[in-house]
Design a protein around this ligand. Structure first.
Ligand code: PRP
Ligand code: MG
Length: 209
């Protein structure tokens, strides 16, 4: 069987994804949590695992550098990549929300908003659909600060436990989308390596049971 390259997002969900792969009977014996290695193979040689930044997984898969990828729905929505999303791995569950300060007026009253986010495309899509014009400010982290210091009217960001919102005295103004880890597939790979990809999907499904 031909080899598949699987791009896996480094970071929070990496370890639970590896656990799921193991449960599905897909093992990478060389993988260790603290390893700095970026490429691993299964003993059968049918799968090559590459570790990439979460924001880059969709690029690897869209360009075909990887046949399949495991990445959060947040990065899929933000990338706008032309790929197939074929399975919900139900890891890293959280959501996209709009949040503001206690003084931020209701969104439906807004004529124009300044929105800070690590996910400007997600923010623009959400507010465009509601006919609210926005200016986005792209930040790379600690986004909750922006409305607190008057840099933005509100933020679009990930909420998991809600602790960051609460501890900074912000409030959720709207929920945008549920997020979890998904299996994505390069479109040409799915046409040319259908059987191998189907097999990985079936294995992952059994690992999820
Ligand atoms: C993420 C996200 C939120 C927070 C959500 O930030 O951007 O700020 O976690 O989790 P919670 O609802 O459980 O508090 P992260 O910790 O990754 O830091 P960063 O945004 O500064 O990169
Ligand atoms: Mg954050």
């Amino acid at each position: 069987m031909e080899q598949l390259t699987l791009a896996l997002a480094k970071g929070r969900t990496a370890e639970s994804t590896i656990e799921l792969l193991n449960k599905a009977g897909i093992e990478f014996p060389d993988f260790h949590e603290k390893s700095r290695k970026l490429v691993f193979s299964n003993p059968e040689g049918t799968l090559r695992l590459i570790f990439v930044k979460a924001v880059d997984v969709c690029t690897y898969v869209e360009t075909g550098a990887a046949d399949v990828g495991v990445v959060g729905k947040d990065n899929i929505l933000e990338s706008g990549a032309d790929i197939y999303e074929l399975l919900d791995l139900k890891l890293g569950k959280c959501k996209f929300s709009v949040a503001g300060t206690q003084d931020t007026p209701p969104l439906e009253e807004a004529k124009k908003l300044v929105v800070a986010s690590k996910y400007p495309r997600v923010a623009e899509n959400y507010f465009n659909q509601r006919g609210i014009p926005i200016t986005t400010i792209k930040l790379n982290g600690s986004v909750e600060l922006a409305p607190l210091i008057g840099m933005a009217d509100c933020i679009v960001d990930i909420v998991e436990t809600g602790n960051t919102i609460r501890e900074n005295g912000l409030k959720i103004m709207a929920d945008i989308d549920d997020i979890s880890t998904r299996l994505i597939v390069n479109k040409s790979s799915f046409a040319t390596k259908t059987e191998s990809i189907r097999q990985v999907i079936e294995q992952l499904k059994s690992g999820l049971e």
